[in-house]
Design a protein around this ligand. Structure first.
Ligand code: HPA
Length: 240
């Protein structure tokens, strides 16, 4: 079954018909909130808000291990992660939807593995699931939704936004997007054998790339505009 992990601005799924909710105990502690099981456009789906109700968990405080372990326990096999990001690359301005194919991890101090003891080294050259990416991109094509194929997600620690110099460094490193939550989520999903794909919503130009300040009002306006196309993409992926 497909599970959607909703990020900032996606604390609930509009149009989702809930059938039940679960908050399983995990060996890793508490999950962010209830995992809701139900249907979207007639297709079964699970949904979890990454930051919890009322966006109470900052990116570095999210219990990524508990969230993914619980989703797997409840039967999820595929994960669609929704990530609000800042745009760095030319085709990643506010409002643009991007399906990244690579990432660079700049986070620190997060619990980032299930496999510390005994150690196990997962293959991670392509951090996002190739087949699930293809399905998401095909769904976008079928629905006539502009979704950029490929990008490099730089995952910063947050919760503050970056300095101009940090964004310049990320750009030099090859990042086209910057966010705070794809890691360790993507790696933990791989460790559990879950197919994981990220649907990024660019909500602002990253620091220093626009004359306009990054404001919450502007971000919320972009998130509101992206609601319909993102929902269409989720439904298409659940149906494929
Ligand atoms: N930086 C990091 N994370 C983000 C940003 C940003 O500019 N916008 C949304 N998430």
């Amino acid at each position: 079954m497909l599970a959607v992990i909703g990020g900032s601005g996606w604390e609930a799924l509009p149009g989702f018909n809930p059938r039940g909710q679960h908050r399983p105990d995990t060996p890793y502690g508490e999950i962010a909130g209830d995992i809701v099981e139900g249907e979207l456009a007639g297709r079964p789906l699970m949904f979890l808000s990454r930051h919890g109700q009322g966006h109470r968990l900052a990116p570095h405080r999210i219990n990524y291990r508990a969230n993914l372990w619980a989703l797997k326990q409840l039967g999820a096999r595929e994960i669609l992660a929704i990530n609000a990001v800042g745009g760095i690359g030319p085709d990643s301005g506010p409002g643009q939807l991007v399906c990244p194919d690579q990432l660079i991890d700049y986070t620190w101090g997060r619990e980032q593995t299930f496999f510390a003891d005994p150690v196990e080294h997962i293959e991670f050259a392509d951090p996002f699931d190739t087949a699930l990416r293809r399905r998401l991109l095909q769904g976008a094509k079928g629905a006539g939704i502009a979704l950029v194929d490929g990008g490099v997600y730089g995952c910063t620690q947050g919760p503050r936004l970056e300095t101009r110099a940090e964004i310049e460094r990320l750009r030099r490193d090859g990042c086209t997007l910057v966010g705070m939550t794809a890691m360790p989520e993507a790696a933990l999903a791989r460790e559990l054998g879950l197919a994981y794909v990220s649907l990024c919503i660019s909500v602002n130009w990253a620091a220093g790339l626009s004359d306009l300040p990054i404001t919450m009002d502007a971000i919320l306006a972009v998130l509101a505009q992206s609601r319909t196309p993102v929902l269409t993409l989720i439904s298409a992926l659940a149906a494929a």
